[in-house]
Design a protein around this ligand. Sequence first.
Ligand SMILES: Cc1ncc(COP(=O)(O)O)c(C=O)c1O
Length: 373
Amino acid sequence: MAMSRFNPLKMTGFSAKWRKLNPVNFHSSNPQAFSIQELNQLLDENLFAMDSLQQLNYVPDEGTESLRSAISLLFTNISVPEIVITSGAQEAIFCCIHALLETNDKVLAITPIFEPLLSTAQEIGCQIITQSLQPKTVWELDLNQLEQNLKQGIKLLILNFPHNPTGAMLTFQQLNQIISLCDKYDCWLLSDEVFRGLEHEESNRLPCVADIYPKGISIGVLSKSFALPAIRVAWVASQNKWLMQRLIEIKAYLSICNSFIDSIISEKVIKQHQKIWQRNRKIILANKFILNEYMNNHSEYFSYSVPEAGCLAFPIFKPFSVERFAENLVYTNKLLVLPSSVFYTSINGFRLSLGSKDFNDKIELLHKLSSDN
Ligand SMILES: Cc1ncc(COP(=O)(O)O)c(C=O)c1O
């Protein structure tokens, strides 16, 4: 039977195909997840103490006031009523895209891309226009081309900086230019900011889009820059009251509200975001140093644009199809990376993670195969 809705995502399909081999994950998009002990120690707290968990009841659909208040501290112009909590960033993306888009609406997406940012709009029957990042010394976005694309009557521009899967970043000036263009062409701007806090140079951190553009929407989450994927808490922020209400209405068909336990812990964690981001950046920068050196020494196999933010890199494999390379890698060395086909791009690259503490072992496994080919 032909399927028209909720087609399986390629990214989960690729991982599921190889699960039986129990491969080493070298593509994870979160920094090394915390253990309870490490988190308590870093924050000098006992976050999971049962007596702080009081009543195990539902929480309000939009999220608790105190959690939203903690999140509002990550913004400069956004206040509590302009924040809605979701169960994970995936739910945030789903709700935003369903709130804003209808069949045949035009959407502009930047590739390579985290699949649901594009496929959710595709499922609704939107017209998707894509623009590719360009692999130079770092990954670059051509703003002249962006304007040409926006002129086509785009209703929603979808951005994700720091970027999954390339580690690309925008400058403050570029972000301002993009916002001026969105304003000029009356376009919504959905900004997936789940890696915000993991800029490799702290001074490159951008303002949240929701703070600086009335039709801007910012998504944040605990699974990425906070390295806490076990806590399914994310947020959507926007100055637009209609959108906030619509998100709550759509979320009523999904999780309705998030977990009280998650809310209490998230609130405490978010208040200490600086310490957590610093811990994660330290892991990423150490791994990036190793990767830079490896890629420089193996330029016969890889071309490499240096990641500037987030915890991912997307080297381009030169000898032959990266799909075959990724399959060989998992089959022969039990090392799982994600090839270009799951990111809507024809660039022959693969995603690898800079987030894990055993990065050296994984590079060894990568090396074993690439040098055999
Ligand atoms: C760019 C981006 N946005 C959203 C998500 C979804 O986050 P979560 O799994 O916490 O819902 C991910 C997960 O990999 C991501 O990389």
